[in-house]
Design a protein around this ligand. Structure first.
Ligand SMILES: [Zn+2]
Length: 248
């Protein structure tokens, strides 16, 4: 079933938990340690660790993700997408909360996601600006939290419908959450390994990718990037397709 052809259905949903309690910022997690350089700049940089065995195979969930992204019987597709986005956001936010002390204006002066890729933010004047990664990520997470809290976007009360704009809104959300994943893999994979969380993080990301593919929330160009400025995790996506973890 196509998510984008299912607009306008009504639904009922259990209320979501209250808004996140912490907004991770560099101020919340001051870091005094010196950190290794986060961004290899050379084109001949070694293969990222997340593409290397055994890390690339590390997972909490073995097998293909197709079964867990399928729409459950009797569930409304809008409702299903909304609740999954809520879960992806919560899980990613928790990871970021732990990694935030390593993601500072000094360690990450740009929102890097590949050797030649720095995401820019569109500011209020519609100008594309470079932001330090912690600022960028804080803007994304606060923006998504505000959407989740907005009854007009993510309705929770019975009898309220999703807006016709919901699919395009969640596509924007997906794109920005993907950028947060892309930065964490690119710049903070060492810390994920130190926490021994690579299996957990891989499973969260693979689930996110499989879900995004199934419901047309994910643009291939966003995961692969532009020629000359590839997204680091685009190679991981390819690798997981080869390994049968994701559908090709
Ligand atoms: Zn960072």
């Amino acid at each position: 079933m196509s998510f984008f052809n299912s607009i306008g259905r009504s639904m009922q949903r259990a209320p979501r938990p209250p808004r996140r309690s912490t907004t991770p910022t560099s101020a919340t997690f001051p870091s005094t340690e010196s950190l290794p350089p986060a961004t290899p700049t050379s084109a001949s940089a070694p293969k990222p660790l997340y593409l290397c065995s055994p890390f690339v195979e590390a997972a909490l969930v073995k097998g293909n993700f197709k079964t867990i992204v399928m729409l459950p019987k009797y569930a409304d597709v809008m409702e299903w997408v909304a609740s999954n986005i809520f879960d992806f956001y919560q899980n990613l936010n928790q990871f970021y909360g732990v990694l935030a002390e390593c993601c500072t204006q000094q360690s990450c002066p740009t929102m890097a996601a590949g050797p030649n890729l720095n995401y820019t933010w569109i500011n209020q004047d519609r100008k594309s600006v470079q932001l330090p990664a912690p600022t960028y990520i804080d803007y994304v997470m606060t923006w998504v939290q505000n959407l989740l809290d907005d009854e007009n976007v993510f309705p929770t009360k019975s009898g309220r419908d999703f807006s016709p704009n919901f699919p395009s809104t969640v596509k924007h959300v997906y794109r920005q959450l993907l950028r947060v994943f892309a930065h964490l893999y690119h710049a903070h994979y060492q810390q994920i390994l130190h926490l021994r969380s690579e299996g957990h993080f891989n499973s969260l990301f693979a689930h996110f990718l499989a879900f995004g593919k199934e419901y047309e929330l994910l643009e291939v160009k966003d995961i692969k990037g532009q020629p000359g400025a590839p997204v680091g995790v685009g190679a991981l996506w390819e690798k997981w397709k080869e390994m049968g973890i994701l559908e090709s």
